[in-house]
Design a protein around this ligand. Structure first.
Ligand SMILES: C[S@@+](CC[C@H](N)C(=O)[O-])C[C@H]1O[C@@H](n2cnc3c(N)ncnc32)[C@H](O)[C@@H]1O
Length: 297
């Protein structure tokens, strides 16, 4: 009698790291090498539970490169020629889930504590500066949401120097963000009073496009948060770094928070993701609401 086929969900790897019924060899050594490279290049920590995910995401790269095994792929990545593949490797391993008005309490706070006070203080003084950074912006829904809140909260935004910087390590998601076209169903994530800033496209409204009113406030830029120093000059009034640090280990996260603090104006705001918290207390930050921190003056 033939051996029963192992359950693919429960057990994906044979004794030598050979996959059961899988297209490519994927050994422990391959996985460990890719984990180390991801950590070194992006700060992202991949736990053992991410094995299947990494296999399936990178299998596409092996196919595209005509490679027969993960061993060849990781050897290529670690060779001088492999530098050209690093971008696709990073784009493949990053997780980009996002949506418009995600964690909407942050945007209520942005409206009430940043946009409206700015509008009141600057109404008789054109040219005032306001800078917001969406760090780990993914496909752009977060910076476009920020732009929508600023548009509504600062009616004369054009008269001022208001800019949103949107950065990510993943070049594919950045192009999508800069393009600003989304599935029509994304409209459901957008509150009624903001919807007119997002236009349906096509005769049957098959897509949602971002108009110039929002686009003109945003610059999309490639930036790996792990690089030193960051290229930005000038401090931010608010930094959004949400659902990015969950992929980093404790020391990487702590070091990044210190750098965000340095990049914030005194009194500036730091918004982090719903499942994130600052480890212990931070000398220069005060807790200011659910996953909201303020740089001390
Ligand atoms: C889950 S998305 C979060 C998107 C958005 N901030 C939100 O909360 O909806 C995480 C993003 O962080 C980016 N990312 C991960 N590591 C990064 C790094 N070292 N530098 C810059 N961006 C990074 C990923 O490419 C991904 O687009």
């Amino acid at each position: 009698m033939a051996n029963p086929q192992p359950n693919q969900d429960a057990l994906d790897f044979g004794p030598e790291g050979a996959p059961y019924g899988r297209e490519f060899q994927f050994s422990d050594a391959d996985f460990r090498s890719l984990v180390a490279l991801a950590r070194e290049r992006t700060g992202i920590s991949l736990s053992d539970s991410k094995r299947n995910l990494i296999y399936s995401r990178l299998s596409r790269r092996l196919r595209a490169l005509g490679m027969m095994s993960f061993r060849s792929y990781r050897e290529y990545l670690n060779s001088p020629d492999g530098e050209q593949e690093i971008e696709s490797f990073i784009n493949s391993i990053s997780t980009n889930l996002t949506k418009f008005f995600r964690e909407s309490h942050h945007f209520d706070h942005l409206r009430d504590r940043v946009a409206l006070p700015f509008s009141q203080a600057s109404s008789s003084r054109p040219g005032q500066r306001l800078r917001i950074w969406s760090a780990g912006c993914s496909t752009g829904e977060e910076p476009y949401t920020i732009a929508a809140v600023l548009r509504r909260g600062i009616p004369d935004v054009e008269r001022h120097d208001v800019k949103i910087l949107a950065t990510d390590i993943d070049t594919d998601v950045l192009s999508k963000g800069a393009n600003g076209e989304y599935p029509a169903a994304s409209i459901d994530d957008i509150p009624e009073n903001y919807r007119s800033l997002f236009q349906p496209k096509g005769s049957r409204g098959t897509a949602l496009v971002i108009g110039g009113e929002l686009k003109s406030l945003i610059s999309f830029r490639h930036l790996n948060l792990m690089v030193h120093p960051w290229p930005m000059r000038g401090l931010f009034d608010a930094i959004f770094c949400r659902n990015v640090m969950i992929y980093f280990d404790g020391p990487t996260k702590a070091a990044l928070i210190d750098r965000f603090v340095e990049q914030l104006k005194p009194g500036g705001w730091l918004y982090i993701g719903h499942s994130e918290s600052l480890l212990g207390t931070h000398t220069h930050l005060s807790h200011a609401g659910r996953t909201i921190y303020r740089r001390n003056s």
